[in-house]
Design a protein around this ligand. Structure first.
Ligand SMILES: NC(=O)c1ccc[n+]([C@@H]2O[C@H](COP(=O)([O-])OP(=O)(O)OC[C@H]3O[C@@H](n4cnc5c(N)ncnc54)[C@H](O)[C@@H]3O)[C@@H](O)[C@H]2O)c1
Length: 278
């Protein structure tokens, strides 16, 4: 018996990092998966790994900032697998960097479009099929950066704060439909989002010591939380922001390295991890 037997899940950003780890975990627990991402090659590789776990899985090329794409992504779950039980809005990128006074409107808008509009669209288009299924679980990836200033680039952090609040609003609105809405706030997780895996970078030692549980987070740490929120084990939990951070926020006041000034020293715009050259 799997913890997600007979359930159908859509996972965005599932070509890489925590989205891929979650797709593989959900597959092992009996769910059918729509793997959604801009990155076709990575997405198809995730599909293969899900199928190796005995699951049904398909890739749907999706830009989460596009309403047409998100509609098609949700429609694919219903046309392929007959229903929708779980949506995990997880796709993300770093987006606009630098001091706020130098961030352009275009960079700001592109960052919000992926990180916040993408979550809004994922929630919006999941409601009708979940209502039809008698309920569902919507999960989004926010961040510790959405809880305080200075833990991420400012446009990124503002978007993640929006995800936390939108989660609460949607949880209240859709509780009557038995649709639960929660988000996960990861701490530092070893994924390609910054351009290279943190464990390979020169700051690996510092990354490990950044939290009381002295190792950097792994994508599987997030997959475990996503599995709990997706399953019926969390049936009385909605509107929450689940911290998965090795205790980072419990002593965040002592973490001096990633200050606001540090983030403001970076420049430019960082797109999806699979497009990062270095
Ligand atoms: N890694 C961390 O330390 C950390 C910490 C807190 C929150 N997060 C968040 O976790 C989520 C997953 O990131 P990750 O760390 O696994 O990074 P990742 O780069 O490994 O995965 C992100 C995925 O999102 C996809 N993506 C980017 N833009 C997209 C778009 N417009 N449409 C569809 N897919 C798109 C990428 O192609 C990639 O496959 C993101 O929302 C990120 O902001 C990461």
């Amino acid at each position: 018996m799997g913890r997600l037997d007979n359930k159908v899940a859509v996972i965005t950003g599932a070509a890489s990092g925590m989205g891929r780890a979650t797709a593989i975990r959900f597959a092992a627990e009996g769910a059918a998966i729509v793997v959604a991402d801009l990155n076709q090659e990575g997405g198809e590789s995730t599909v293969r790994q899900c199928r190796e776990n005995g699951a049904r899985a398909v890739f749907q090329k999706t830009d989460v900032a596009s309403e047409a794409d998100v509609k098609a992504m949700i429609a694919r779950a219903v046309s392929e697998f007959g229903r929708l039980d779980i949506t995990y809005n997880n796709a993300g990128l770093v987006g606009a960097l630098g001091p706020l006074e130098e961030v352009t409107v275009e960079e700001w808008d592109r960052t919000q479009a992926v990180l916040l509009r993408g979550v809004f669209l994922g929630i919006k288009h999941s409601i009708a099929p979940m209502r039809q299924a008698g309920g569902g679980s919507i999960i989004s990836t926010a961040s510790i950066a959405g809880m305080r200033g200075g833990f991420g680039p400012h446009p990124y952090s503002a978007a993640k704060a929006g995800v936390i609040n939108l989660t609460q609003c949607a949880a209240v609105e859709f509780a009557k439909d038995r649709i639960r809405v929660n988000c996960i706030c990861p701490g530092g997780i070893d994924t390609p989002i910054m351009g290279r895996r943190a464990s390979e970078s020169s700051g690996a030692e510092a990354q490990a010591h950044a939290q009381p549980l002295q190792r950097i987070g792994q994508p599987e740490d997030i997959a475990n939380m996503a599995l709990f929120l997706a399953s019926d084990e969390s049936e009385w939990i909605t509107g929450t922001s689940m911290l998965v951070d090795g205790g980072f926020m419990a002593r965040a006041h002592s973490f001096g390295r990633m200050t606001t000034a540090t983030w403001a020293n970076f420049k430019g715009y960082v797109g999806p991890s699979f497009e990062i050259k270095s």
